[in-house]
Design a binder for this molecule. Structure first.
Ligand code: FNR
Length: 372
Protein backbone atom coordinates (compact mmCIF):
# COMPACT_ATOMS: atom_id res chain seq x y z
CA UNK A 1 0.00 0.00 0.00
CA UNK A 2 1.10 3.60 -0.58
CA UNK A 3 2.78 5.28 2.37
CA UNK A 4 -0.11 7.68 2.92
CA UNK A 5 -2.33 4.74 3.87
CA UNK A 6 -0.09 3.99 6.85
CA UNK A 7 -1.81 5.34 9.95
CA UNK A 8 0.22 4.02 12.85
CA UNK A 9 3.38 2.13 13.77
CA UNK A 10 1.58 -1.22 13.85
CA UNK A 11 0.81 -0.87 10.14
CA UNK A 12 4.53 -0.99 9.31
CA UNK A 13 4.84 -4.32 11.06
CA UNK A 14 2.00 -5.87 9.07
CA UNK A 15 3.49 -4.70 5.80
CA UNK A 16 7.04 -5.71 6.73
CA UNK A 17 5.78 -9.20 7.44
CA UNK A 18 4.50 -9.39 3.88
CA UNK A 19 7.45 -7.83 2.08
CA UNK A 20 10.47 -9.05 4.03
CA UNK A 21 12.31 -12.23 3.03
CA UNK A 22 11.45 -14.98 5.51
CA UNK A 23 14.91 -14.92 7.04
CA UNK A 24 14.83 -11.19 7.70
CA UNK A 25 11.34 -11.33 9.21
CA UNK A 26 12.51 -14.17 11.47
CA UNK A 27 15.53 -12.20 12.69
CA UNK A 28 13.68 -8.91 13.24
CA UNK A 29 10.49 -10.21 14.76
CA UNK A 30 11.78 -13.08 16.83
CA UNK A 31 12.08 -13.06 20.60
CA UNK A 32 13.30 -15.53 23.19
CA UNK A 33 11.68 -18.89 23.94
CA UNK A 34 7.89 -18.58 24.07
CA UNK A 35 8.06 -14.81 23.44
CA UNK A 36 6.11 -14.07 26.61
CA UNK A 37 8.29 -11.09 27.53
CA UNK A 38 8.00 -9.72 24.02
CA UNK A 39 4.21 -9.71 24.26
CA UNK A 40 4.29 -8.41 27.83
CA UNK A 41 6.45 -5.44 26.78
CA UNK A 42 3.58 -4.07 24.76
CA UNK A 43 0.77 -5.41 26.93
CA UNK A 44 2.14 -3.73 30.07
CA UNK A 45 1.30 -0.31 28.60
CA UNK A 46 -2.33 -1.42 28.35
CA UNK A 47 -2.49 -1.61 32.16
CA UNK A 48 -1.71 2.07 32.60
CA UNK A 49 -4.51 4.60 32.24
CA UNK A 50 -4.51 8.37 32.00
CA UNK A 51 -5.89 11.01 34.37
CA UNK A 52 -6.05 13.96 31.97
CA UNK A 53 -6.56 17.58 33.01
CA UNK A 54 -8.94 19.99 31.31
CA UNK A 55 -9.31 23.74 30.70
CA UNK A 56 -5.61 24.46 30.35
CA UNK A 57 -5.16 26.36 27.05
CA UNK A 58 -3.41 23.77 24.93
CA UNK A 59 -3.22 25.87 21.78
CA UNK A 60 0.55 25.60 21.69
CA UNK A 61 2.04 22.31 22.74
CA UNK A 62 5.67 21.22 22.60
CA UNK A 63 7.06 17.74 23.12
CA UNK A 64 10.74 18.41 22.43
CA UNK A 65 13.25 17.52 25.12
CA UNK A 66 16.91 16.89 25.85
CA UNK A 67 18.51 13.46 26.10
CA UNK A 68 21.90 13.37 27.88
CA UNK A 69 21.97 17.11 27.31
CA UNK A 70 21.26 16.92 23.57
CA UNK A 71 18.20 18.31 21.84
CA UNK A 72 15.66 15.84 20.59
CA UNK A 73 12.45 16.75 18.80
CA UNK A 74 10.60 14.12 20.85
CA UNK A 75 11.25 11.96 23.91
CA UNK A 76 12.06 9.01 21.65
CA UNK A 77 15.38 7.74 20.29
CA UNK A 78 16.18 5.03 17.76
CA UNK A 79 17.45 2.05 19.72
CA UNK A 80 20.25 -0.11 18.33
CA UNK A 81 19.06 -2.96 16.15
CA UNK A 82 21.59 -5.13 14.32
CA UNK A 83 21.65 -6.16 10.65
CA UNK A 84 19.81 -3.34 8.93
CA UNK A 85 20.63 -4.65 5.47
CA UNK A 86 18.47 -7.72 6.00
CA UNK A 87 15.57 -5.32 5.54
CA UNK A 88 16.82 -2.78 3.00
CA UNK A 89 20.00 -2.34 0.93
CA UNK A 90 20.75 1.01 2.61
CA UNK A 91 20.43 -0.56 6.06
CA UNK A 92 20.99 1.73 9.04
CA UNK A 93 21.62 4.76 6.82
CA UNK A 94 17.85 4.95 6.32
CA UNK A 95 17.59 5.68 10.02
CA UNK A 96 20.41 8.24 9.93
CA UNK A 97 18.81 10.24 7.13
CA UNK A 98 15.32 10.21 8.61
CA UNK A 99 16.72 11.08 12.05
CA UNK A 100 18.49 14.11 10.55
CA UNK A 101 15.30 15.38 9.03
CA UNK A 102 13.26 14.96 12.21
CA UNK A 103 15.80 15.85 14.90
CA UNK A 104 15.82 12.39 16.44
CA UNK A 105 18.87 10.71 18.01
CA UNK A 106 20.10 7.42 16.55
CA UNK A 107 21.92 4.75 18.55
CA UNK A 108 24.38 2.99 16.23
CA UNK A 109 24.68 -0.75 16.89
CA UNK A 110 28.02 -2.58 17.16
CA UNK A 111 26.56 -5.12 14.76
CA UNK A 112 25.27 -2.71 12.13
CA UNK A 113 25.29 -3.86 8.51
CA UNK A 114 26.69 -0.55 7.32
CA UNK A 115 30.12 0.20 8.71
CA UNK A 116 30.30 2.54 11.67
CA UNK A 117 32.00 5.18 9.55
CA UNK A 118 29.40 4.95 6.80
CA UNK A 119 26.71 5.65 9.37
CA UNK A 120 28.56 8.57 10.90
CA UNK A 121 29.42 9.94 7.45
CA UNK A 122 25.74 9.85 6.52
CA UNK A 123 24.86 12.17 9.39
CA UNK A 124 24.35 15.90 8.95
CA UNK A 125 26.67 18.36 10.75
CA UNK A 126 25.61 18.56 14.37
CA UNK A 127 23.38 15.48 14.19
CA UNK A 128 23.60 13.55 17.45
CA UNK A 129 24.38 9.84 17.45
CA UNK A 130 25.01 7.38 20.27
CA UNK A 131 26.90 4.09 20.08
CA UNK A 132 25.71 0.73 21.40
CA UNK A 133 28.59 -1.46 22.51
CA UNK A 134 28.79 -5.21 22.68
CA UNK A 135 31.91 -5.75 24.74
CA UNK A 136 34.44 -7.90 22.93
CA UNK A 137 36.47 -10.45 24.91
CA UNK A 138 39.46 -8.80 23.30
CA UNK A 139 39.55 -5.50 25.17
CA UNK A 140 41.96 -4.00 22.65
CA UNK A 141 39.19 -4.28 20.03
CA UNK A 142 36.66 -2.81 22.44
CA UNK A 143 38.93 0.09 23.27
CA UNK A 144 39.52 0.80 19.60
CA UNK A 145 35.78 0.79 18.83
CA UNK A 146 34.96 3.08 21.75
CA UNK A 147 37.73 5.56 21.11
CA UNK A 148 37.00 5.62 17.41
CA UNK A 149 33.33 6.36 18.17
CA UNK A 150 34.34 9.21 20.46
CA UNK A 151 36.76 10.61 17.90
CA UNK A 152 33.95 10.62 15.32
CA UNK A 153 31.78 12.74 17.59
CA UNK A 154 29.46 10.13 19.11
CA UNK A 155 27.81 11.58 22.23
CA UNK A 156 26.99 8.58 24.39
CA UNK A 157 28.16 5.01 25.00
CA UNK A 158 25.38 2.51 25.66
CA UNK A 159 26.95 -0.70 26.94
CA UNK A 160 24.62 -3.66 26.49
CA UNK A 161 24.63 -5.63 29.75
CA UNK A 162 21.77 -8.07 29.19
CA UNK A 163 23.46 -10.28 26.62
CA UNK A 164 26.41 -12.33 27.92
CA UNK A 165 24.88 -14.97 25.68
CA UNK A 166 22.17 -14.31 23.14
CA UNK A 167 18.71 -15.63 23.96
CA UNK A 168 17.12 -18.54 22.13
CA UNK A 169 15.14 -17.01 19.33
CA UNK A 170 13.70 -20.10 17.82
CA UNK A 171 12.06 -18.47 14.81
CA UNK A 172 15.49 -17.17 13.87
CA UNK A 173 17.28 -20.43 14.70
CA UNK A 174 15.11 -22.33 12.26
CA UNK A 175 16.60 -20.18 9.50
CA UNK A 176 20.16 -21.14 8.71
CA UNK A 177 22.27 -18.03 8.43
CA UNK A 178 24.24 -18.66 5.27
CA UNK A 179 27.94 -18.21 4.77
CA UNK A 180 27.15 -16.02 1.75
CA UNK A 181 25.52 -13.49 4.06
CA UNK A 182 28.57 -11.54 5.28
CA UNK A 183 27.28 -8.57 3.29
CA UNK A 184 24.77 -7.92 6.06
CA UNK A 185 27.35 -7.89 8.85
CA UNK A 186 29.91 -5.11 8.89
CA UNK A 187 33.43 -6.21 9.75
CA UNK A 188 33.67 -3.57 12.45
CA UNK A 189 31.79 -5.70 14.97
CA UNK A 190 31.83 -9.39 14.16
CA UNK A 191 34.47 -12.05 14.56
CA UNK A 192 34.70 -15.71 13.65
CA UNK A 193 31.14 -16.99 13.58
CA UNK A 194 29.13 -20.19 13.69
CA UNK A 195 26.58 -19.74 10.95
CA UNK A 196 24.47 -22.81 11.58
CA UNK A 197 22.10 -21.43 14.23
CA UNK A 198 20.36 -18.35 12.92
CA UNK A 199 21.61 -14.82 12.46
CA UNK A 200 21.66 -13.87 16.12
CA UNK A 201 23.91 -16.64 17.33
CA UNK A 202 26.11 -16.44 14.26
CA UNK A 203 27.16 -12.88 14.89
CA UNK A 204 27.45 -12.80 18.65
CA UNK A 205 30.16 -15.29 19.56
CA UNK A 206 32.70 -12.57 20.40
CA UNK A 207 30.69 -11.10 23.30
CA UNK A 208 32.46 -11.20 26.66
CA UNK A 209 30.64 -13.40 29.17
CA UNK A 210 33.01 -12.23 31.92
CA UNK A 211 31.89 -8.59 31.88
CA UNK A 212 31.36 -7.32 35.45
CA UNK A 213 30.77 -4.23 37.60
CA UNK A 214 34.51 -3.98 38.28
CA UNK A 215 35.08 -3.30 34.59
CA UNK A 216 33.23 0.02 34.70
CA UNK A 217 36.25 2.07 35.84
CA UNK A 218 38.17 0.78 32.82
CA UNK A 219 35.43 1.99 30.45
CA UNK A 220 35.43 5.30 32.24
CA UNK A 221 39.22 5.50 31.79
CA UNK A 222 39.10 5.03 28.01
CA UNK A 223 36.36 7.52 27.14
CA UNK A 224 34.86 10.86 28.07
CA UNK A 225 31.51 9.91 26.53
CA UNK A 226 28.77 9.45 29.10
CA UNK A 227 28.28 5.74 29.81
CA UNK A 228 24.78 4.26 30.00
CA UNK A 229 24.04 0.63 30.87
CA UNK A 230 21.49 -0.88 28.50
CA UNK A 231 19.49 -3.79 29.84
CA UNK A 232 19.07 -3.14 33.58
CA UNK A 233 16.08 -5.11 34.92
CA UNK A 234 15.69 -4.46 38.63
CA UNK A 235 16.15 -1.64 41.16
CA UNK A 236 19.15 -3.28 42.81
CA UNK A 237 21.20 -2.98 39.62
CA UNK A 238 19.92 0.53 38.93
CA UNK A 239 21.03 1.53 42.41
CA UNK A 240 24.42 -0.10 41.95
CA UNK A 241 24.83 1.77 38.67
CA UNK A 242 23.95 5.04 40.39
CA UNK A 243 26.21 4.37 43.36
CA UNK A 244 29.16 3.57 41.09
CA UNK A 245 29.21 7.22 40.15
CA UNK A 246 30.49 6.12 36.74
CA UNK A 247 27.36 6.04 34.63
CA UNK A 248 25.04 8.75 33.38
CA UNK A 249 21.99 6.53 33.32
CA UNK A 250 20.48 3.14 32.62
CA UNK A 251 18.11 1.73 30.02
CA UNK A 252 15.45 -0.41 31.66
CA UNK A 253 15.15 -2.94 28.90
CA UNK A 254 14.87 -6.64 28.21
CA UNK A 255 16.27 -6.31 24.69
CA UNK A 256 12.88 -6.40 23.04
CA UNK A 257 12.09 -9.72 24.72
CA UNK A 258 14.99 -11.35 22.89
CA UNK A 259 17.04 -12.36 25.93
CA UNK A 260 15.58 -13.83 29.11
CA UNK A 261 11.97 -14.85 28.59
CA UNK A 262 9.85 -13.82 31.60
CA UNK A 263 11.98 -10.77 32.23
CA UNK A 264 9.54 -8.01 33.19
CA UNK A 265 8.68 -5.09 30.95
CA UNK A 266 10.87 -1.99 31.16
CA UNK A 267 7.87 0.15 32.14
CA UNK A 268 7.14 -2.07 35.14
CA UNK A 269 10.79 -1.97 36.19
CA UNK A 270 10.74 1.83 35.85
CA UNK A 271 8.14 2.16 38.58
CA UNK A 272 10.16 0.15 41.10
CA UNK A 273 13.43 1.88 40.17
CA UNK A 274 11.92 5.34 40.64
CA UNK A 275 10.39 4.34 43.99
CA UNK A 276 13.54 2.69 45.37
CA UNK A 277 15.98 5.37 44.24
CA UNK A 278 13.78 7.93 45.91
CA UNK A 279 13.53 5.87 49.09
CA UNK A 280 17.25 4.98 49.25
CA UNK A 281 18.96 8.03 47.75
CA UNK A 282 16.35 10.77 47.74
CA UNK A 283 16.38 11.02 43.95
CA UNK A 284 13.51 12.36 41.90
CA UNK A 285 12.89 11.66 38.21
CA UNK A 286 13.28 12.69 35.47
CA UNK A 287 16.77 13.48 36.69
CA UNK A 288 19.49 15.25 34.69
CA UNK A 289 22.37 13.58 36.51
CA UNK A 290 21.11 10.02 36.35
CA UNK A 291 18.74 9.46 33.47
CA UNK A 292 16.32 6.59 33.17
CA UNK A 293 15.39 5.23 29.76
CA UNK A 294 12.94 2.52 28.89
CA UNK A 295 12.49 0.43 25.77
CA UNK A 296 10.43 -2.49 24.54
CA UNK A 297 6.97 -2.58 23.04
CA UNK A 298 6.57 1.16 22.56
CA UNK A 299 4.27 1.70 19.58
CA UNK A 300 2.26 4.84 20.37
CA UNK A 301 2.99 8.30 21.71
CA UNK A 302 0.66 7.40 24.58
CA UNK A 303 3.09 4.61 25.54
CA UNK A 304 5.92 7.15 25.56
CA UNK A 305 3.92 9.65 27.61
CA UNK A 306 3.17 6.99 30.22
CA UNK A 307 6.90 6.35 30.62
CA UNK A 308 7.58 10.09 30.84
CA UNK A 309 4.90 10.50 33.51
CA UNK A 310 6.51 7.72 35.53
CA UNK A 311 9.98 9.31 35.42
CA UNK A 312 11.74 8.30 32.20
CA UNK A 313 13.79 10.88 30.31
CA UNK A 314 13.03 9.22 26.97
CA UNK A 315 12.18 5.87 25.46
CA UNK A 316 13.88 3.72 22.84
CA UNK A 317 12.07 2.23 19.89
CA UNK A 318 13.49 -0.70 17.90
CA UNK A 319 11.41 -2.84 15.59
CA UNK A 320 8.95 -0.24 14.26
CA UNK A 321 11.78 1.70 12.61
CA UNK A 322 13.28 -1.47 11.15
CA UNK A 323 9.90 -2.36 9.72
CA UNK A 324 9.34 1.12 8.33
CA UNK A 325 12.57 1.16 6.32
CA UNK A 326 12.18 -2.46 5.31
CA UNK A 327 8.90 -1.58 3.64
CA UNK A 328 9.53 2.00 2.45
CA UNK A 329 13.21 2.91 2.91
CA UNK A 330 14.10 6.27 4.43
CA UNK A 331 10.67 7.71 3.68
CA UNK A 332 9.09 5.01 5.77
CA UNK A 333 11.13 6.05 8.81
CA UNK A 334 10.26 9.70 8.18
CA UNK A 335 6.62 8.72 8.09
CA UNK A 336 7.01 6.82 11.36
CA UNK A 337 8.45 9.95 12.99
CA UNK A 338 5.67 12.08 11.51
CA UNK A 339 3.05 9.72 12.90
CA UNK A 340 4.65 9.96 16.34
CA UNK A 341 4.80 13.77 16.12
CA UNK A 342 1.11 13.93 15.23
CA UNK A 343 0.28 11.57 18.08
CA UNK A 344 2.32 13.64 20.56
CA UNK A 345 0.58 16.84 19.53
CA UNK A 346 -2.89 15.43 19.90
CA UNK A 347 -2.22 13.50 23.08
CA UNK A 348 -0.57 16.42 24.87
CA UNK A 349 -3.65 18.50 24.11
CA UNK A 350 -5.99 15.77 25.29
CA UNK A 351 -3.97 15.32 28.46
CA UNK A 352 -3.99 19.04 29.21
CA UNK A 353 -0.20 19.28 29.01
CA UNK A 354 1.65 22.04 27.16
CA UNK A 355 5.11 20.49 27.53
CA UNK A 356 6.57 17.28 28.88
CA UNK A 357 7.08 19.04 32.24
CA UNK A 358 3.31 18.97 32.61
CA UNK A 359 3.30 15.18 32.23
CA UNK A 360 3.48 14.41 35.94
CA UNK A 361 2.99 11.11 37.81
CA UNK A 362 -0.56 12.18 38.76
CA UNK A 363 -1.49 12.04 35.08
CA UNK A 364 -1.37 8.26 35.05
CA UNK A 365 -3.00 5.53 37.05
CA UNK A 366 -0.44 2.72 37.15
CA UNK A 367 -2.01 0.88 40.07
CA UNK A 368 -2.68 -2.19 37.92
CA UNK A 369 0.71 -2.20 36.23
CA UNK A 370 2.36 -4.97 38.22
CA UNK A 371 2.41 -8.25 36.36
CA UNK A 372 1.65 -10.36 39.44
C1 FNR B 1 17.69 -5.54 18.87
N1 FNR B 1 18.21 -5.01 20.07
C2 FNR B 1 19.58 -4.87 20.20
N2 FNR B 1 20.09 -4.33 21.35
C3 FNR B 1 21.41 -4.17 21.50
O1 FNR B 1 21.84 -3.68 22.54
N3 FNR B 1 22.27 -4.55 20.50
C4 FNR B 1 21.83 -5.08 19.33
O2 FNR B 1 22.62 -5.41 18.45
C5 FNR B 1 20.43 -5.26 19.18
N4 FNR B 1 19.94 -5.81 18.04
C6 FNR B 1 18.59 -5.95 17.86
C7 FNR B 1 18.11 -6.47 16.68
C8 FNR B 1 16.74 -6.57 16.48
C9 FNR B 1 16.24 -7.12 15.18
C10 FNR B 1 15.84 -6.16 17.50
C11 FNR B 1 14.36 -6.24 17.29
C12 FNR B 1 16.33 -5.66 18.67
C13 FNR B 1 17.30 -4.53 21.13
C14 FNR B 1 16.88 -3.09 20.90
O3 FNR B 1 17.95 -2.20 21.10
C15 FNR B 1 15.75 -2.68 21.85
O4 FNR B 1 16.11 -2.98 23.17
C16 FNR B 1 14.42 -3.37 21.48
O5 FNR B 1 14.31 -3.52 20.10
C17 FNR B 1 13.25 -2.57 21.99
O6 FNR B 1 12.07 -3.27 21.76
P1 FNR B 1 11.09 -2.99 20.50
O7 FNR B 1 10.94 -1.50 20.34
O8 FNR B 1 11.74 -3.64 19.33
O9 FNR B 1 9.83 -3.66 20.93
Amino acid sequence: PPLDEILNLHDFENIAKQVLPEKAWAYYSSAADDEITNRENHAAYHRIWFRPRVLRDVTNVNWSTTILGHKSSMPVYISATALGKLGHPDGEINLTRAAAKHGVIQMIPTLASCSFDEIVDAAQPGQVQFFQLYVNKDRAITKKLVQHAESRGVKGLFITVDAPQLGRREKDMRMKFEAEDPSVVSKSGSQAVDRSQGAARAISSFIDTALKWDDLPWFKSITKMPIILKGVQCWEDALQAYDSGLVAGVVLSNHGGRQLDFARSGIEVLVEVVAKLKEKRGLTFPNEKFQLFVDGGVRRATDVLKAIALGATAVGVGRPFLYSFSAYGTEGVEKAFQILHDEFEMNLRLLGARTLKDIVPEMVDASNLQSH
